[in-house]
Write a protein that binds this ligand. Structure first.
Ligand code: PMP
Ligand code: GLU
Length: 389
């Protein structure tokens, strides 16, 4: 009865574990959840007020498929102001979260057997969407020694005549790694002269720590601008996960035209109230609020990194951005799924096993929760690990 295609798809592991932790909590169990990729802050007041005004003004009808003109202009202005990128409003499409931006893109570009190079560890959704589009994921394994970043050499070795897309995500979910300008330039050099398209998922752009600097992939050179699709949204930076707002930008007119065709036959426009609220999320009005959240995340990142590194047999690279630690437990186990399941049942602590991100021997710990809970959670993880020795 069901299509072969749908049977190739696995459910989202990050959402699955987060939902399980919520259910156990609702049953009254003492659960500390570090599985959610979701900021623990509220939506900024200015954004909520913009949405209330939009409702009162009856902005409740269908809109143009890629989004209303003011919103597309706000995205273009943001990309110019923050990233130095010259996209026209006609080069932009807004979507129901950046997950949807990626879904549209893979559907529009991949034919059966086309290859997508994905550095691991990767966000769980990339290879699933590739498979669902008929493509093939070519996973390139990275590790702690290079802060989990693909090198130009690794990229060169992974390219074949079937390579269509290179997937980049900086700052990274799940490692927090950020590609420097120099590293992106080295990647650009390898790509020059090829037809490879780069997807640059910049979702965690605003959550950057210490002296790390975020660079947009498309800003590296004219050649990179032309081959890159920039993907971003407000879910993480503005703590707006439930609003479902993401966007993509590409100077490729043919690509944006087929993306609009696809969206016109699937979801049409995104929610009209979200569109108006998103303008306030993008125009600089909430920069101060975003900075307050970033500072709080930074404190947690540093303290949690130190606490984990003090546990025998555990190590973690201090993240340059995002709100995750990718904790190395290779000295303890090579079965991160079993480790995570036991940790949840024995200590009531929910983390996501590294195997879901394509890298065994790690777990992902989201510190998008208050510092007291983080301290208690790491204490429980330490006692769990000690009990296994
Ligand atoms: N990219 C990355 C790297 C993510 O972690 C997420 C997860 N939320 C997304 C894209 C998608 O975000 P959303 O669909 O909520 O905009
Ligand atoms: N992206 C977040 C995460 O990695 C949210 C869940 C999801 O969309 O997968 O946890």
């Amino acid at each position: 009865m069901l299509s072969k295609r749908i049977q190739t798809l696995s459910p989202s592991l990050t959402i699955g574990i987060t939902t399980l932790a919520q259910e156990l909590k609702a049953e009254g169990k003492d659960i500390l959840s570090f599985s959610a990729g979701e900021p623990d802050f509220g939506t900024p007041i200015a954004v909520k007020n913009a949405a209330k005004d939009a409702l009162d003004a009856e902005k409740t009808k269908y809109t143009a498929v890629p989004g209303i003109a003011e919103l597309l202009q706000a995205v273009a202005d943001k990309l110019k102001r923050d990233n130095g990128l010259d996209y026209e409003p006609s080069m932009i499409q807004t979507n129901n979260g950046a997950k949807h931006s990626l879904f549209n893109l893979f559907q529009a570009i991949l034919d059966e057997g086309d290859e997508v190079i994905i550095p691991a560890p990767y966000w769980v959704t990339y290879p699933e969407q590739v498979v669902y589009s008929g493509g093939v994921s070519v996973i390139v394994q990275t590790d702690d020694s290079n802060e989990f970043k693909i090198t130009a050499e690794q990229l060169k070795n992974a390219i074949t005549s079937k390579t269509k897309i290179l997937m980049l995500n900086s700052p990274s979910n799940p490692t927090g790694a950020i590609y420097t300008k120099g590293e992106l330039e080295a990647i650009a050099k390898v790509l020059k002269g090829t037809d490879i398209i780069v997807f640059s998922d910049e979702m965690y752009e605003k959550i950057v720590y210490g002296d790390s600097v975020f660079t947009s992939t498309a800003s590296i050179s004219e050649d990179m601008f032309l081959r890159t699709v920039t993907i971003n949204g407000l879910s993480k930076a503005a703590s707006m996960t439930g609003w479902r707002f993401g966007y993509l930008a590409t100077p490729n007119k043919e690509l944006i035209s087929v993306l609009n065709k696809l969206q016109s036959q699937s979801t049409s426009n995104i929610n009209s109230i979200t569109q108006i609220a998103a303008i306030t999320g993008l125009d600089g009005s909430i920069d101060g609020v975003i900075e307050e959240m970033r500072v709080e995340f930074e404190k947690r990142a540093y303290e949690a990194t130190d606490l984990f590194n003090a546990i025998k047999g555990v190590s973690v690279v201090r993240p340059s951005g995002a709100f995750y630690l990718f904790v190395n437990i290779k000295e303890i186990t090579d079965d991160s799924m079993a480790f995570s399941k036991e940790l949840l049942s024995e200590e009531g602590v929910a983390v996501v096993p590294g195997v879901g991100f394509g890298s065994e021997g790690y777990f992902r710990f989201s510190f998008a929760t208050d510092i007291k809970t983080i301290r208690e959670g790491i204490k429980r993880i330490e006692s769990f690990i000690n009990s296994k020795r």
